[in-house]
Design a protein around this ligand. Structure first.
Ligand code: CS2
Ligand code: MG
Length: 408
């Protein structure tokens, strides 16, 4: 069996999805995702300029050898751009493998460990009242778990995770205002004073059953993160996410000394080396990598297996920026993983997105039901893709109140 051609498509409804399609001499094709949010043209170029010419003529069934060729052959290792490009190739080869075996990917991993996967949505509000209303709306849809983010009194409403209701959901993650990022302001002191009480108010209002998650989004120093984690310990959070930047993985030791709050980190990681210490020292409880950003199914399965040895559960990233292809790969891993935790699920099931990516996966009442179709269980409509072009966009940048450039 040989790869005969491959194509990259950039664009989509409100998103710059980067979709790879790999064709073979047996008529079977595979799909993969390289959507690196707000830097989409770069993995697309890596695919077109280097990887696709080296795919032609290769046997698509040798996905492990291809992964090693891409990773070791690059010489300069890792990084989000390369690993997203590798991820797309890897996903496409697994998709082909599943179609050849006439099996959904979870069967190739080891079958189902559960019939459905718990997912969480994002409840948000510019103030506590609006946040409570948002939580009610998700509970009414059957969600058992919600992430809660709230505007902080005295700070501009436009802060991370606080939806500007004027913005469409599609713009929530990427404001296609062009390549120059919006500037946002962050005040740590105000946040530290306000948020523990806000989280306690959500717990008081909704009782002990609701799984409450909160995302600090890398914005506290390690000491501040330890103080915050201690302050919210009695809320009984399902997890506290990205309390402090984890480039310095040992910094999480301080938080662990002061609080038993469950910690979730990993969405910005692109390889096992970014989280090996966090996992082996058991400094986290959930690993948040995304299949696209972390080199595809082959590499993420290694991370999941390492995590399983250290009581760390999965909590794959699932922001609105993710392609249905990435979410499909994660749906199969969620069905298989013995150490599954929860799945973030914000991919907007808009008619336009469903037309571009016909999917056989199903979301119902806060749970994901994986497709039994062979391979990934998502298709790609090339005719529909012609409607979309790349539109430059950028994450906002965040500054402290004194103007210091901070973590978005
Ligand atoms: C967030 C992300 O979903 C999350 O947990 O951290 O939405 C993040 O802000 C975006 O993926 C950035 O592109
Ligand atoms: Mg996050």
């Amino acid at each position: 069996m040989k790869i005969t051609d491959a194509k990259v498509f950039v664009g989509g409804p409100g998103k710059n999805y980067v979709t790879l399609k790999v064709m073979t001499d047996q008529g079977i094709y595979g799909l993969g995702d390289a959507t690196l949010n707000n830097r989409e043209t770069l993995p697309a170029a890596y695919l077109s300029d280097y990887l696709i010419p080296n795919l032609i003529g290769k046997d698509p069934r040798n996905s492990e050898d291809m992964w090693q060729f891409m990773y070791r052959g690059a010489y300069f290792r890792r990084g989000p751009i390369a690993m997203a490009a590798f991820g797309a190739v890897d996903m496409a080869l697994w998709d082909i493998k599943g179609k050849l075996a006439n099996m959904p990917l979870y069967q190739l991993f080891g079958g189902k460990s559960r019939d459905s996967a718990l997912v969480y949505a994002h409840a948000t509000g510019s103030d506590l009242e609006a946040l409570m209303d948002s939580v009610v709306s998700y509970q009414e849809q059957g969600y058992e778990a919600v992430r809660v983010q709230c505007g902080v009194p005295g700070m501009p409403v436009e802060s991370y995770g606080v939806a500007n209701r004027q913005q469409s959901d599609e713009q929530f993650i990427t404001d296609f205002s062009g390549i120059h990022p919006k500037q946002e302001v962050w005040g740590t002191e105000r946040y530290m004073r306000f948020m523990p009480d806000a989280l306690a108010a959500v717990r008081d209002r909704f009782g002990p059953e609701l799984k409450i998650l909160h995302d600090v989004h890398h914005r506290l120093l390690p000491r501040e993160a330890a103080e915050f984690a201690k302050a919210v310990e009695s809320v009984g959070l399902f997890w506290l996410e990205d309390p402090t930047p984890a480039d310095d993985q040992q910094a999480l030791r301080l938080l662990r000394q002061h609080s038993t709050v469950p910690v979730a980190i990993g969405e910005v990681f692109n390889s096992v080396w970014d989280c090996k210490q966090l996992i082996e020292e058991e400094l986290i409880d959930f690993i948040r990598v995304a299949v696209t950003y972390a080199g595809g199914i082959t590499h993420v399965k290694r991370i999941v297996d390492l995590a399983a040895l250290h009581h760390v559960r999965t909590g794959f990233h699932g922001a609105p920026s993710h392609s249905p292809l990435c979410m499909a790969a994660q749906a199969h891993l969620n069905a298989w993983a013995p150490n599954f935790g929860i799945q973030e699920y914000l991919v907007l099931g808009t008619p336009a997105c469903d037309a571009l990516f016909p999917s056989m996966h199903r979301m119902e009442k806060g749970r994901m039901y994986v497709s039994d179709a062979p391979g990934l269980g998502v298709d790609f409509d090339e005719a529909e893709a012609k409607r979309y072009q790349y539109k430059p966009g950028s994450h906002p940048v965040t500054r402290l109140t004194d103007g210091t450039l901070w973590n978005y």
